[in-house]
Design a protein around this ligand. Structure first.
Ligand code: HEM
Length: 414
Protein backbone atom coordinates (compact mmCIF):
# COMPACT_ATOMS: atom_id res chain seq x y z
CA UNK A 1 0.00 0.00 0.00
CA UNK A 2 1.28 3.47 -0.87
CA UNK A 3 2.01 5.77 2.07
CA UNK A 4 -0.67 8.22 0.95
CA UNK A 5 -3.33 5.55 0.51
CA UNK A 6 -6.17 5.10 2.92
CA UNK A 7 -7.79 1.86 3.95
CA UNK A 8 -10.63 2.62 1.57
CA UNK A 9 -8.25 3.24 -1.31
CA UNK A 10 -6.58 -0.05 -0.52
CA UNK A 11 -9.80 -2.05 -0.31
CA UNK A 12 -11.33 -0.33 -3.28
CA UNK A 13 -8.29 -1.15 -5.39
CA UNK A 14 -7.99 -4.72 -4.18
CA UNK A 15 -11.59 -5.76 -3.81
CA UNK A 16 -14.25 -6.15 -6.44
CA UNK A 17 -16.32 -3.49 -4.67
CA UNK A 18 -16.13 0.05 -3.40
CA UNK A 19 -16.73 0.57 0.29
CA UNK A 20 -17.37 4.22 -0.46
CA UNK A 21 -20.80 3.49 -1.93
CA UNK A 22 -24.20 3.82 -0.28
CA UNK A 23 -24.88 0.25 -1.27
CA UNK A 24 -21.99 -0.89 0.91
CA UNK A 25 -23.35 1.14 3.83
CA UNK A 26 -26.78 -0.46 3.46
CA UNK A 27 -25.46 -4.02 3.23
CA UNK A 28 -21.73 -4.71 3.60
CA UNK A 29 -22.35 -8.44 4.06
CA UNK A 30 -23.06 -9.09 0.39
CA UNK A 31 -19.67 -7.59 -0.44
CA UNK A 32 -17.86 -9.58 2.26
CA UNK A 33 -19.33 -12.74 0.76
CA UNK A 34 -17.99 -11.91 -2.67
CA UNK A 35 -14.48 -11.65 -1.22
CA UNK A 36 -14.93 -14.80 0.86
CA UNK A 37 -16.01 -16.68 -2.25
CA UNK A 38 -13.05 -15.50 -4.30
CA UNK A 39 -10.29 -15.52 -1.63
CA UNK A 40 -11.45 -17.69 1.28
CA UNK A 41 -11.14 -16.60 4.90
CA UNK A 42 -7.94 -14.56 4.42
CA UNK A 43 -7.58 -12.07 1.57
CA UNK A 44 -4.05 -10.95 0.65
CA UNK A 45 -3.75 -7.63 -1.13
CA UNK A 46 -1.05 -7.19 -3.79
CA UNK A 47 0.94 -5.05 -1.38
CA UNK A 48 1.00 -7.75 1.32
CA UNK A 49 -1.66 -6.34 3.61
CA UNK A 50 -4.32 -8.72 4.79
CA UNK A 51 -8.10 -8.68 5.21
CA UNK A 52 -9.45 -11.38 7.53
CA UNK A 53 -13.00 -12.63 6.94
CA UNK A 54 -12.92 -16.04 8.63
CA UNK A 55 -14.02 -16.67 12.20
CA UNK A 56 -11.12 -18.90 13.25
CA UNK A 57 -8.59 -16.65 11.54
CA UNK A 58 -10.08 -13.55 13.21
CA UNK A 59 -9.83 -15.24 16.63
CA UNK A 60 -6.26 -16.24 15.87
CA UNK A 61 -5.23 -12.66 15.04
CA UNK A 62 -7.05 -10.98 17.93
CA UNK A 63 -5.57 -13.42 20.44
CA UNK A 64 -2.02 -13.32 19.10
CA UNK A 65 0.48 -10.81 20.55
CA UNK A 66 2.37 -10.85 17.25
CA UNK A 67 -0.43 -8.61 15.99
CA UNK A 68 -0.86 -5.25 17.69
CA UNK A 69 -0.65 -1.58 16.95
CA UNK A 70 3.08 -0.96 16.98
CA UNK A 71 4.85 2.36 17.08
CA UNK A 72 2.96 3.48 14.02
CA UNK A 73 -0.56 2.16 14.09
CA UNK A 74 -2.63 0.83 11.25
CA UNK A 75 -4.73 3.90 11.88
CA UNK A 76 -1.78 6.27 11.43
CA UNK A 77 -0.76 4.59 8.21
CA UNK A 78 -4.16 4.32 6.64
CA UNK A 79 -5.84 7.41 7.96
CA UNK A 80 -8.35 5.11 9.65
CA UNK A 81 -9.01 5.63 13.30
CA UNK A 82 -8.63 7.91 16.25
CA UNK A 83 -5.47 9.98 16.11
CA UNK A 84 -5.10 10.35 19.88
CA UNK A 85 -3.08 7.48 21.34
CA UNK A 86 -5.66 5.96 23.65
CA UNK A 87 -5.11 2.54 25.16
CA UNK A 88 -7.28 0.98 22.46
CA UNK A 89 -4.38 1.69 20.13
CA UNK A 90 -1.47 0.72 22.39
CA UNK A 91 0.37 -2.55 22.98
CA UNK A 92 1.53 -4.06 26.27
CA UNK A 93 2.96 -3.10 28.68
CA UNK A 94 1.46 0.43 28.36
CA UNK A 95 -1.88 -1.00 27.31
CA UNK A 96 -2.05 -3.46 30.20
CA UNK A 97 -1.45 -0.74 32.80
CA UNK A 98 -3.99 1.72 31.38
CA UNK A 99 -6.62 -0.94 30.73
CA UNK A 100 -6.27 -2.22 34.28
CA UNK A 101 -6.97 1.25 35.67
CA UNK A 102 -10.21 1.45 33.70
CA UNK A 103 -11.18 -2.13 34.49
CA UNK A 104 -10.85 -1.47 38.22
CA UNK A 105 -13.12 1.57 37.94
CA UNK A 106 -15.58 -0.39 35.83
CA UNK A 107 -16.31 -3.57 37.74
CA UNK A 108 -19.05 -6.11 37.09
CA UNK A 109 -20.54 -5.08 40.46
CA UNK A 110 -20.86 -1.48 39.33
CA UNK A 111 -22.52 -2.52 36.09
CA UNK A 112 -24.94 -4.76 37.97
CA UNK A 113 -25.77 -1.88 40.28
CA UNK A 114 -26.91 0.07 37.22
CA UNK A 115 -29.43 -2.61 36.24
CA UNK A 116 -32.49 -1.10 37.90
CA UNK A 117 -31.68 2.41 36.75
CA UNK A 118 -31.14 1.25 33.15
CA UNK A 119 -34.50 -0.55 33.29
CA UNK A 120 -36.23 2.55 34.68
CA UNK A 121 -34.80 4.80 31.99
CA UNK A 122 -35.74 2.34 29.23
CA UNK A 123 -39.28 1.94 30.60
CA UNK A 124 -39.85 5.69 30.76
CA UNK A 125 -38.43 6.36 27.31
CA UNK A 126 -40.55 3.65 25.69
CA UNK A 127 -43.67 4.79 27.53
CA UNK A 128 -43.18 8.37 26.33
CA UNK A 129 -42.32 7.25 22.80
CA UNK A 130 -45.39 4.99 22.55
CA UNK A 131 -47.85 7.67 23.66
CA UNK A 132 -48.39 9.10 20.18
CA UNK A 133 -48.47 5.68 18.52
CA UNK A 134 -45.33 6.20 16.40
CA UNK A 135 -41.70 6.71 17.34
CA UNK A 136 -38.16 6.76 16.03
CA UNK A 137 -36.40 3.94 17.90
CA UNK A 138 -33.06 5.73 17.52
CA UNK A 139 -33.95 9.29 18.51
CA UNK A 140 -36.61 8.44 21.08
CA UNK A 141 -35.18 5.35 22.79
CA UNK A 142 -31.70 4.14 21.83
CA UNK A 143 -29.81 7.41 21.81
CA UNK A 144 -31.22 8.97 25.01
CA UNK A 145 -30.90 5.63 26.86
CA UNK A 146 -27.28 5.16 25.88
CA UNK A 147 -26.36 8.80 26.50
CA UNK A 148 -27.88 8.85 30.00
CA UNK A 149 -26.40 5.55 31.10
CA UNK A 150 -22.87 6.22 29.86
CA UNK A 151 -22.95 9.78 31.22
CA UNK A 152 -23.97 8.40 34.65
CA UNK A 153 -21.23 5.80 34.52
CA UNK A 154 -18.53 8.22 33.50
CA UNK A 155 -19.83 10.89 35.87
CA UNK A 156 -20.53 13.64 33.33
CA UNK A 157 -22.02 16.73 35.07
CA UNK A 158 -25.61 17.55 34.00
CA UNK A 159 -24.75 20.81 32.26
CA UNK A 160 -22.13 19.13 30.04
CA UNK A 161 -24.17 16.07 29.02
CA UNK A 162 -25.50 17.38 25.72
CA UNK A 163 -22.03 18.42 24.66
CA UNK A 164 -20.53 15.01 25.49
CA UNK A 165 -23.29 13.29 23.50
CA UNK A 166 -22.77 15.57 20.49
CA UNK A 167 -19.01 14.98 20.61
CA UNK A 168 -19.55 11.20 20.83
CA UNK A 169 -21.66 11.18 17.65
CA UNK A 170 -18.86 12.93 15.78
CA UNK A 171 -16.00 10.89 17.27
CA UNK A 172 -17.50 7.64 16.06
CA UNK A 173 -17.56 9.02 12.52
CA UNK A 174 -13.91 9.96 13.03
CA UNK A 175 -12.99 6.25 13.16
CA UNK A 176 -13.50 6.15 9.40
CA UNK A 177 -10.79 6.88 6.85
CA UNK A 178 -10.61 10.65 6.25
CA UNK A 179 -11.06 10.04 2.53
CA UNK A 180 -14.66 9.08 3.20
CA UNK A 181 -15.48 12.13 5.29
CA UNK A 182 -16.26 15.47 3.68
CA UNK A 183 -13.97 18.35 4.73
CA UNK A 184 -16.72 20.14 6.70
CA UNK A 185 -17.42 17.05 8.81
CA UNK A 186 -13.66 16.45 9.28
CA UNK A 187 -13.37 19.96 10.65
CA UNK A 188 -16.29 19.39 13.03
CA UNK A 189 -14.75 16.10 14.22
CA UNK A 190 -11.45 17.86 14.95
CA UNK A 191 -13.26 20.60 16.89
CA UNK A 192 -15.30 17.98 18.79
CA UNK A 193 -12.08 16.25 19.93
CA UNK A 194 -10.63 19.48 21.27
CA UNK A 195 -13.95 20.51 22.84
CA UNK A 196 -14.40 17.13 24.52
CA UNK A 197 -10.91 17.19 26.02
CA UNK A 198 -11.64 20.68 27.38
CA UNK A 199 -15.01 19.58 28.80
CA UNK A 200 -13.43 16.53 30.48
CA UNK A 201 -10.91 18.93 32.04
CA UNK A 202 -13.78 21.11 33.29
CA UNK A 203 -15.58 18.07 34.75
CA UNK A 204 -12.37 16.93 36.48
CA UNK A 205 -12.00 20.28 38.22
CA UNK A 206 -15.47 20.00 39.77
CA UNK A 207 -15.25 18.90 43.40
CA UNK A 208 -16.85 15.72 44.74
CA UNK A 209 -17.65 14.22 41.36
CA UNK A 210 -18.73 10.62 40.93
CA UNK A 211 -18.20 7.99 38.28
CA UNK A 212 -15.24 6.61 36.41
CA UNK A 213 -13.91 10.05 35.58
CA UNK A 214 -13.12 10.82 39.19
CA UNK A 215 -12.16 7.27 40.10
CA UNK A 216 -9.53 7.43 37.37
CA UNK A 217 -8.28 10.83 38.45
CA UNK A 218 -7.80 9.58 42.01
CA UNK A 219 -6.32 6.20 41.10
CA UNK A 220 -4.95 4.17 43.99
CA UNK A 221 -1.69 3.73 42.09
CA UNK A 222 -0.78 7.38 42.51
CA UNK A 223 -2.07 10.33 40.55
CA UNK A 224 -1.94 9.44 36.89
CA UNK A 225 -0.94 12.09 34.38
CA UNK A 226 -3.88 14.36 33.70
CA UNK A 227 -3.43 13.96 29.95
CA UNK A 228 -3.76 10.20 30.32
CA UNK A 229 -6.98 10.52 32.32
CA UNK A 230 -8.44 12.89 29.74
CA UNK A 231 -7.45 10.57 26.87
CA UNK A 232 -8.91 7.55 28.66
CA UNK A 233 -12.21 9.32 29.31
CA UNK A 234 -12.38 10.51 25.72
CA UNK A 235 -11.88 6.88 24.70
CA UNK A 236 -14.82 5.81 26.88
CA UNK A 237 -16.99 8.51 25.32
CA UNK A 238 -15.98 7.47 21.80
CA UNK A 239 -16.45 3.76 22.58
CA UNK A 240 -19.51 3.88 24.79
CA UNK A 241 -22.21 6.16 23.42
CA UNK A 242 -22.89 5.31 19.80
CA UNK A 243 -21.99 1.62 19.79
CA UNK A 244 -24.90 0.79 22.07
CA UNK A 245 -27.21 2.95 19.96
CA UNK A 246 -26.10 0.80 17.01
CA UNK A 247 -26.85 -2.42 18.87
CA UNK A 248 -30.38 -1.36 19.85
CA UNK A 249 -31.17 0.17 16.45
CA UNK A 250 -29.61 -2.53 14.24
CA UNK A 251 -31.09 -5.19 16.50
CA UNK A 252 -34.63 -3.82 16.40
CA UNK A 253 -34.36 -3.41 12.64
CA UNK A 254 -33.18 -7.02 12.24
CA UNK A 255 -36.11 -8.25 14.33
CA UNK A 256 -38.60 -6.24 12.27
CA UNK A 257 -37.23 -7.91 9.14
CA UNK A 258 -37.62 -11.36 10.73
CA UNK A 259 -41.22 -11.48 12.01
CA UNK A 260 -40.92 -15.21 12.77
CA UNK A 261 -38.15 -14.40 15.26
CA UNK A 262 -40.15 -11.54 16.75
CA UNK A 263 -42.97 -14.03 17.23
CA UNK A 264 -40.59 -16.34 19.15
CA UNK A 265 -39.88 -13.54 21.59
CA UNK A 266 -43.59 -12.76 21.90
CA UNK A 267 -44.23 -16.44 22.67
CA UNK A 268 -41.64 -16.16 25.45
CA UNK A 269 -43.61 -13.20 26.86
CA UNK A 270 -40.73 -10.86 25.97
CA UNK A 271 -39.15 -12.03 29.18
CA UNK A 272 -35.91 -10.35 30.11
CA UNK A 273 -33.99 -13.60 29.83
CA UNK A 274 -35.30 -14.27 26.30
CA UNK A 275 -34.40 -10.72 25.26
CA UNK A 276 -30.90 -11.08 26.75
CA UNK A 277 -30.35 -14.26 24.72
CA UNK A 278 -31.68 -12.53 21.58
CA UNK A 279 -29.16 -9.72 22.04
CA UNK A 280 -26.32 -12.23 21.45
CA UNK A 281 -27.70 -13.27 18.06
CA UNK A 282 -28.35 -9.62 17.19
CA UNK A 283 -24.70 -8.86 18.00
CA UNK A 284 -23.64 -11.64 15.67
CA UNK A 285 -26.02 -10.70 12.91
CA UNK A 286 -25.28 -6.99 12.54
CA UNK A 287 -22.48 -5.83 14.87
CA UNK A 288 -22.08 -2.09 15.53
CA UNK A 289 -18.28 -2.31 15.09
CA UNK A 290 -17.35 -3.98 11.84
CA UNK A 291 -13.58 -3.79 11.85
CA UNK A 292 -10.66 -4.24 14.25
CA UNK A 293 -7.35 -3.08 12.74
CA UNK A 294 -3.96 -4.57 13.62
CA UNK A 295 -0.40 -4.52 12.37
CA UNK A 296 2.04 -7.47 12.23
CA UNK A 297 4.69 -6.58 14.85
CA UNK A 298 6.99 -9.38 13.62
CA UNK A 299 7.00 -11.74 10.65
CA UNK A 300 3.96 -13.90 11.31
CA UNK A 301 1.30 -15.98 9.64
CA UNK A 302 -2.45 -16.34 9.76
CA UNK A 303 -3.59 -19.94 9.35
CA UNK A 304 -0.59 -20.61 7.12
CA UNK A 305 -0.76 -17.34 5.14
CA UNK A 306 2.56 -15.53 5.67
CA UNK A 307 2.18 -11.97 6.95
CA UNK A 308 5.39 -9.93 6.87
CA UNK A 309 6.32 -7.59 9.71
CA UNK A 310 4.63 -4.20 9.23
CA UNK A 311 1.73 -5.55 7.14
CA UNK A 312 -1.68 -4.20 8.06
CA UNK A 313 -4.30 -6.71 9.13
CA UNK A 314 -7.97 -5.70 8.90
CA UNK A 315 -10.15 -8.07 10.90
CA UNK A 316 -13.70 -7.81 9.58
CA UNK A 317 -15.76 -8.74 12.64
CA UNK A 318 -19.01 -8.53 10.69
CA UNK A 319 -17.67 -11.06 8.16
CA UNK A 320 -16.26 -13.43 10.82
CA UNK A 321 -19.67 -13.43 12.52
CA UNK A 322 -21.17 -14.84 9.33
CA UNK A 323 -18.59 -17.51 8.63
CA UNK A 324 -20.56 -20.46 7.20
CA UNK A 325 -18.07 -22.92 8.73
CA UNK A 326 -19.28 -21.86 12.17
CA UNK A 327 -22.83 -20.55 11.74
CA UNK A 328 -25.45 -22.51 9.81
CA UNK A 329 -27.52 -20.19 7.61
CA UNK A 330 -25.25 -17.30 8.55
CA UNK A 331 -27.37 -14.64 6.82
CA UNK A 332 -30.49 -15.57 8.75
CA UNK A 333 -31.29 -14.20 12.15
CA UNK A 334 -31.93 -17.28 14.26
CA UNK A 335 -32.63 -16.78 17.92
CA UNK A 336 -32.35 -20.51 18.54
CA UNK A 337 -28.56 -20.49 18.38
CA UNK A 338 -25.97 -19.64 21.00
CA UNK A 339 -23.62 -17.59 18.92
CA UNK A 340 -20.01 -17.21 19.98
CA UNK A 341 -19.73 -13.99 18.06
CA UNK A 342 -16.81 -11.59 17.85
CA UNK A 343 -18.83 -8.36 18.08
CA UNK A 344 -16.89 -7.26 21.18
CA UNK A 345 -13.52 -8.34 19.81
CA UNK A 346 -11.30 -10.83 21.65
CA UNK A 347 -8.08 -11.02 23.60
CA UNK A 348 -6.26 -8.16 25.23
CA UNK A 349 -8.47 -5.43 23.72
CA UNK A 350 -11.77 -7.22 24.43
CA UNK A 351 -14.47 -4.59 24.94
CA UNK A 352 -14.62 -3.26 28.47
CA UNK A 353 -18.20 -2.11 28.00
CA UNK A 354 -19.65 -5.44 26.85
CA UNK A 355 -21.65 -6.08 30.03
CA UNK A 356 -23.08 -2.57 29.99
CA UNK A 357 -24.02 -2.74 26.31
CA UNK A 358 -25.78 -6.06 26.89
CA UNK A 359 -27.65 -4.65 29.87
CA UNK A 360 -28.87 -1.61 27.94
CA UNK A 361 -29.91 -3.52 24.83
CA UNK A 362 -31.76 -6.12 26.92
CA UNK A 363 -33.63 -3.38 28.80
CA UNK A 364 -34.53 -1.60 25.56
CA UNK A 365 -35.94 -4.77 23.95
CA UNK A 366 -37.72 -5.90 27.11
CA UNK A 367 -39.69 -2.65 27.16
CA UNK A 368 -39.98 -1.96 23.45
CA UNK A 369 -41.15 -5.32 22.12
CA UNK A 370 -44.33 -5.60 24.24
CA UNK A 371 -45.49 -2.46 22.36
CA UNK A 372 -45.45 -4.55 19.14
CA UNK A 373 -43.18 -2.34 17.00
CA UNK A 374 -44.21 -2.39 13.31
CA UNK A 375 -42.61 -0.65 10.33
CA UNK A 376 -44.33 2.55 9.21
CA UNK A 377 -43.14 2.43 5.62
CA UNK A 378 -40.81 5.34 6.36
CA UNK A 379 -37.39 4.44 4.84
CA UNK A 380 -34.70 3.26 7.26
CA UNK A 381 -31.52 5.33 7.11
CA UNK A 382 -27.98 4.32 8.04
CA UNK A 383 -25.16 6.38 9.48
CA UNK A 384 -22.58 7.02 6.72
CA UNK A 385 -19.88 5.54 9.00
CA UNK A 386 -18.16 2.33 7.80
CA UNK A 387 -16.16 1.11 10.78
CA UNK A 388 -19.10 1.72 13.10
CA UNK A 389 -22.36 0.52 11.59
CA UNK A 390 -25.65 1.89 12.81
CA UNK A 391 -29.20 2.43 11.69
CA UNK A 392 -29.69 6.16 12.05
CA UNK A 393 -33.47 6.42 12.07
CA UNK A 394 -36.03 3.67 12.48
CA UNK A 395 -39.65 4.78 12.54
CA UNK A 396 -42.12 2.33 14.01
CA UNK A 397 -45.72 2.16 15.11
CA UNK A 398 -46.07 1.26 18.77
CA UNK A 399 -49.06 0.24 20.85
CA UNK A 400 -49.63 2.74 23.65
CA UNK A 401 -50.20 -0.24 26.00
CA UNK A 402 -47.78 -3.17 26.26
CA UNK A 403 -48.70 -6.80 25.43
CA UNK A 404 -47.11 -9.94 26.83
CA UNK A 405 -44.75 -7.83 28.83
CA UNK A 406 -41.47 -8.81 30.33
CA UNK A 407 -43.05 -8.52 33.76
CA UNK A 408 -40.47 -8.54 36.46
CA UNK A 409 -37.96 -6.71 34.30
CA UNK A 410 -36.41 -3.85 36.19
CA UNK A 411 -38.30 -0.67 35.66
CA UNK A 412 -41.43 -2.40 34.42
CA UNK A 413 -44.48 -0.62 35.75
CA UNK A 414 -47.22 -2.80 34.33
C1 HEM B 1 -22.74 -2.87 21.45
C2 HEM B 1 -21.87 -2.04 21.97
C3 HEM B 1 -20.39 -2.18 21.80
C4 HEM B 1 -19.66 -2.85 20.84
C5 HEM B 1 -20.18 -3.63 19.65
C6 HEM B 1 -18.26 -2.67 21.17
C7 HEM B 1 -17.21 -3.21 20.44
C8 HEM B 1 -15.89 -3.14 20.81
C9 HEM B 1 -14.80 -3.80 20.11
C10 HEM B 1 -14.95 -4.65 18.85
C11 HEM B 1 -13.66 -3.51 20.77
C12 HEM B 1 -12.24 -4.05 20.42
C13 HEM B 1 -11.59 -3.26 19.30
C14 HEM B 1 -10.27 -3.87 18.86
O1 HEM B 1 -9.89 -4.97 19.32
O2 HEM B 1 -9.59 -3.22 18.04
C15 HEM B 1 -13.99 -2.66 21.88
C16 HEM B 1 -13.09 -2.14 22.77
C17 HEM B 1 -13.44 -1.28 23.77
N1 HEM B 1 -14.73 -0.92 24.16
FE1 HEM B 1 -16.46 -1.48 23.30
N2 HEM B 1 -18.17 -1.90 22.30
C18 HEM B 1 -19.44 -1.59 22.72
C19 HEM B 1 -19.80 -0.85 23.83
C20 HEM B 1 -18.92 -0.27 24.70
C21 HEM B 1 -19.28 0.53 25.85
C22 HEM B 1 -20.73 0.81 26.30
C23 HEM B 1 -18.11 0.95 26.42
C24 HEM B 1 -17.88 1.81 27.63
C25 HEM B 1 -18.71 2.56 28.25
C26 HEM B 1 -17.01 0.38 25.64
C27 HEM B 1 -15.68 0.55 25.91
C28 HEM B 1 -14.64 -0.05 25.23
C29 HEM B 1 -13.24 0.16 25.55
C30 HEM B 1 -12.70 1.04 26.66
C31 HEM B 1 -12.50 -0.60 24.64
C32 HEM B 1 -10.97 -0.71 24.54
C33 HEM B 1 -10.45 -1.90 25.30
C34 HEM B 1 -8.95 -2.08 25.13
O3 HEM B 1 -8.36 -1.55 24.17
O4 HEM B 1 -8.35 -2.75 25.98
N3 HEM B 1 -17.54 -0.34 24.61
N4 HEM B 1 -15.36 -2.46 21.89
Amino acid sequence: MEASETFVDCLTRQFPFDIGTDEFVRNPYRFYEEVRRSSGPVHRTDSGDVVVLGYFEARAVLGDPRFGHGAQTAQDRTGYGVPARTFLLTDPPGHTRQRERVRRAFTAREILALRRRVGDIAARLVEDAARSGTADVVADVARPLSARVVADLIGVPEDLRDRFAQAAALLVRGMDPPGLIDPGTRERIARARVGLARDIGVALRRPAGTGILHALAQGADGRPARAETVATCAQLVAAGYETTVGLIANGTHALLRHPDQLARLAAAGHAERACAAAVEELLRFDPPIQLAPRCALVDADIAGTPVPRGALVFVLLGAANRDPRVFAEPHRLRLDREPRHLAFGLGSHYCLGAALARLEATAALTHLLPRRPRPTGHPVSYSPARVARSVQSLHVRLDPEGHGTGAGAPGWRG
